[in-house]
Design a protein around this ligand. Structure first.
Ligand SMILES: [Zn+2]
Length: 347
C-alpha cells in the first residue's frame, strides 16, 4: 500500500483545515481515506498524535490478518506527499531552510530573499542509515515515529513530480515570462497577446484524452498542475518558441527533454542516464542564464530525481496526482463548515 498525507482548506470564509491520511493499494488508482484530522490550525499540532492511530493499526495488520479466507500481511511501499508535508511528517527542515535538500547535505545560500543552491556544488548523499543516525543534525527537528515501524525515511519518501516539476519548475519558467513584476525576461503585453492567440488556435487540435484543453497563457496563475504538464510536454515546444526570450526557451527545452525521457518507459530504459545528465545541465544552465535566484529547492531536486526513478521506476507511480484528485472529491462532499468531519463520514 502507498500512503498519502496532505492538508486542505475547504472553506474560504472559515478557518477550518483538514489533513486526510489516504491509502492506495499498489496497482490501483482509487485512494481511500484512512483517517482525517480536522481543526482550526493549518497543521495538526503534533505529527506524532496525527500518526499515532495509523501506526498502531499498521502494527496489527503487518503481522497478518484474514480477508476473504486469505491470510495477508500489510506492507507500506511509499509515503507520498508534497515537500512541506514530507518535511513535517519526517521531522526535518522545511524547504526554505539552509539545510533542506532531501537527498544531499548541501547548504543553501541566502540570495535575493530566498534560499538558492549552487548547481556545481557536490555534497554527500543522504541514505536511510545516515537519516536514522541524524548524521547532519542541522537538518533534523526531531525523531519521526515512523522509524518505529521500520520505514526507510529516504527511499520510501520519493520525490513527487507533480509539485517538483509541473507546479515547480514549469511554473517558475512561465512566471519569468508572465509575472507582473518587471524583469529582463518579462514579455510585453503584445507578445503575451500573440501567445494567447496561439493557445486559442491549439485548443481545437488537442484530443479529448487531455482533461484540460489550452487556455490563454495570460491566465497562467489559474492553471492546474495538468495544464503545466501539458505545456511542458506538448504545447510549449510551439508556444514558447514563438516568444523572444531564447534563454527561457533553451532552459525549457532542457527540462522538457529530460522529462520526456523520464516519463516514457522505452526512452527511460534506453536513455535514462542521458535524461539525468540533461536535468543536471538544466540546473547549471538556468543558474548561468536566468540567475542564481532561479535555482531554488524545486530546481535543485531535479538533480536527484533520476536516483528515485532508478530505484522505483515510472515517476507517475509515485506522484501526487491521483491523491490530489481524491482531495478534490473530499471537498465536494462538504456543503458547509459546520460538522465538517460528520459530513465526510456520511458521504
Ligand atoms: Zn541535493
Amino acid at each position: 500500500m502507498d500512503v498519502f498525507g496532505d492538508g486542505i482548506s475547504p472553506f474560504k470564509s472559515v478557518k477550518r483545515h483538514l489533513w486526510p491520511l489516504a491509502g492506495c493499494l499498489v496497482g490501483q488508482n482509487t485512494p481511500f481515506v484512512i483517517a482525517i484530522w480536522c481543526g482550526p490550525t493549518k497543521d495538526p499540532q503534533s505529527v506524532d498524535e496525527y500518526l499515532h492511530d495509523f501506526i498502531e493499526e499498521f502494527k496489527i495488520l503487518r503481522d497478518g490478518f484474514s480477508f476473504l479466507n486469505r491470510n495477508l500481511k500489510l506492507k507500506i511501499r511509499f509515503f507520498i506527499a508534497d515537500a512541506p508535508a514530507r518535511a513535517w511528517i519526517r521531522k526535518v527542515n522545511q524547504h526554505g531552510s539552509y539545510y533542506s535538500c532531501e537527498r544531499c547535505t548541501i547548504k543553501g545560500g541566502w540570495k535575493f530573499r530566498r534560499i538558492t543552491y549552487d548547481p556545481t556544488c557536490e555534497a554527500t548523499l543522504r541514505t536511510n542509515e545516515s537519516f536514522e543516525e541524524q548524521s547532519q543534525p542541522q537538518y533534523h527537528n526531531g525523531t519521526s515515529t515512523l522509524l518505529s515501524i521500520g520505514i526507510s525515511m529516504i527511499s520510501q519518501f520519493p520525490l513527487d513530480i507533480m509539485h517538483l516539476v509541473d507546479l515547480g519548475c514549469t511554473k517558475r519558467l512561465l512566471a519569468l515570462l508572465l509575472k507582473k513584476k518587471a524583469s529582463k525576461f518579462k514579455l510585453s503585453k503584445e507578445s503575451v497577446g500573440s501567445l494567447d492567440t496561439l493557445s486559442g488556435f491549439l485548443y481545437h487540435f488537442v484530443p479529448s484524452e487531455f482533461s484540460r484543453k489550452p487556455r490563454p497563457l495570460s491566465q497562467w496563475c489559474l492553471y492546474k498542475a495538468v495544464e503545466f504538464r501539458r505545456i511542458f510536454l506538448y504545447d510549449g515546444f510551439l508556444i514558447l518558441k514563438k516568444q523572444k526570450n531564447k534563454e527561457v526557451y533553451n532552459c525549457y527545452l532542457l527540462l522538457a527533454c529530460a522529462m520526456r525521457i523520464f516519463l516514457d518507459p522505452e526512452l527511460r530504459t534506453k536513455y535514462g542516464e542521458d535524461g539525468h545528465k540533461i536535468s543536471s545541465d538544466f540546473c547549471i544552465f538556468s543558474y548561468d542564464v536566468l540567475g542564481a535566484s532561479f535555482v531554488v529547492y524545486n530546481i535543485h531536486h531535479l538533480i536527484h530525481l533520476y536516483h528515485d526513478i532508478l530505484l522505483h521506476g515510472d515517476p507517475n507511480s509515485f506522484s501526487c496526482y491521483k491523491y490530489e484528485n481524491n482531495l478534490g472529491q473530499i471537498k465536494s462532499y462538504l456543503l458547509a463548515p459546520g460538522r465538517t468531519l460528520q459530513q465526510k463520514c456520511v458521504e
